[in-house]
Design a protein around this ligand. Structure first.
Ligand SMILES: [Fe+2]
Ligand SMILES: [Fe+2]
Length: 404
């Protein structure tokens, strides 16, 4: 039970991981989308600011004249209102240097965006040679204003390029709490049916290929009744159907019939194959086989529930059977069914030490035995249909039984 639980937990963890893995491309796509829209908005904001600054301040003959006359304090005074109008501006400076070829240039470095202007006259011409104006914008402030979620931070070392060499990364974890909830829900919702399916497949394996190999191994040791178990199982299946068994009940009857004599594996083969009458001691040893069959089945968790059926397949209605001497309906129905088909198969089947009994005589003999006669009559009434009976695909193969 503990092992099954830890297996189940492991299985759920794997599914949880897989569900998260499924979310990776979705979240990745989302991030890509966020970045793309931010890129467009950011470029627009920067260009708009640059154009407005160019028109408003750097195409201004008064400013140009002050700089030309080296009246830098006066020039700074003229530019001061920029700080109030443009909240992203961090610094304004007039510097000697080569003015940009175009009206302005944009450069990004670390946390800042540099807008570089030439200083022109009121008409936007005659850029002042040897001078430029540099305005530094706070890139993070722009990002925050466009992307109010606030999960994008500038990271010049490890970020993804946004615009103008400004690099950003997402500050929130890749998976949100909701993602973990989705993954947990998906792993349980998917995991339960999948777990049940896999479990069913394991049991199915036991009931088909697994059983086939157990029976094959059994027959290698116990050659005298090779094919007996397969035929008893086929007859039990046929009879069980006519008695109204369906689904797992029918399958259990079949499996128990297939394994009813598996305990013979423990009985010396010279006793099993002895042609003459058995000694009292040998009979005792032979009578152990239902107990051993039951004990073997008990050791397989997929088969343990069939223990009682195989244990009582030699019980008889008059209480003279073994191992417990149960009477009549004290014997489980499945064990009574197997008892009938077991004896029937033993009578009509080929045995090295005697000729098979014909079917009619076999039924006569069954009627005189302390078996469940209701079951005997159902078998007698329908046996003529047995040769046309199609075993389901999970049943193991068997050699045909002669029908008269
Ligand atoms: Fe038996
Ligand atoms: Fe048997």
């Amino acid at each position: 039970m503990k092992r099954a639980l830890s297996k189940m937990a492991f299985f759920l963890i794997i599914l949880f991981g897989l569900s998260l893995a499924v979310l990776v491309p979705i979240r990745h796509q989302e991030q890509e989308f966020q970045l793309a829209s931010l890129r467009t908005a950011m470029s627009a904001v920067i260009s708009m600011q640059a154009t407005a600054l160019e028109d408003g301040y750097f195409s201004w003959s008064e400013l140009q004249d002050l700089i030309n006359e080296r009246k830098m304090i006066g020039a700074d005074e003229l530019l001061k209102p920029i700080y109030e109008t443009y909240p992203f501006v961090q610094n304004i400076s007039i510097q000697p240097g080569v003015p940009p070829a175009e009206s302005y240039e944009i450069e990004g470095l670390n946390q800042s965006i540099y807008l570089i202007f030439s200083i022109k006259d009121d008409y936007g011409y005659s850029a002042l040679p040897g001078w430029k104006a540099v305005i530094i914008l706070d890139a993070q402030k722009i990002i925050n204003s466009i992307h109010p979620g606030g999960n994008l931070v500038i990271d010049p070392l490890h970020g993804i390029t946004l615009v103008n060499n400004i690099k950003v990364r997402f500050s929130t974890p890749f998976f949100s709490f909701v993602d973990y909830l989705i993954a947990a829900f998906a792993s349980v919702a998917l995991g339960y049916p999948l777990w049940m399916y896999l479990k069913k497949r394991t049991v199915y394996f036991y009931e088909t290929k697994g059983l086939e190999s157990i029976i094959f191994l059994f027959e290698q040791t116990e050659k005298s009744s090779a094919n007996h178990s397969r035929r008893v199982a086929a007859l039990a299946l046929f009879l069980g159907k006519h008695l109204g068994f369906r689904g797992s009940k029918l399958r259990n009857l079949y499996t128990a019939a297939l394994l009813h004599d598996i305990g013979k594996i423990n009985i010396p083969s010279d006793i099993l194959t002895k042609k003459g009458p058995l000694t009292a001691e040998e009979i005792q040893s032979m009578k152990m086989h239902p107990l051993i069959s039951a004990r073997i089945l008990k050791n397989f968790k997929e088969l343990a529930h069939l223990e009682k059926t195989v244990l009582y397949h030699h019980e008889r209605m008059d209480g003279l059977g073994y191992p417990e001497g149960l009477h009549g309906k004290e014997i489980p129905l499945e064990a009574r069914i197997i008892a009938v088909v077991d004896v029937f198969e033993a009578l009509i089947g080929d045995r090295p030490y005697r000729e098979p009994v014909d079917v009619l005589s076999a039924f006569e003999m069954l009627r005189s035995m302390p078996l469940d006669q209701e079951i005997v009559e159902v078998l007698a009434a329908h046996y003529h249909e047995f040769s046309a009976f199609q075993s389901p695909k999970w049943a193991v193969a068997y050699d045909p039984i002669g029908v008269v």
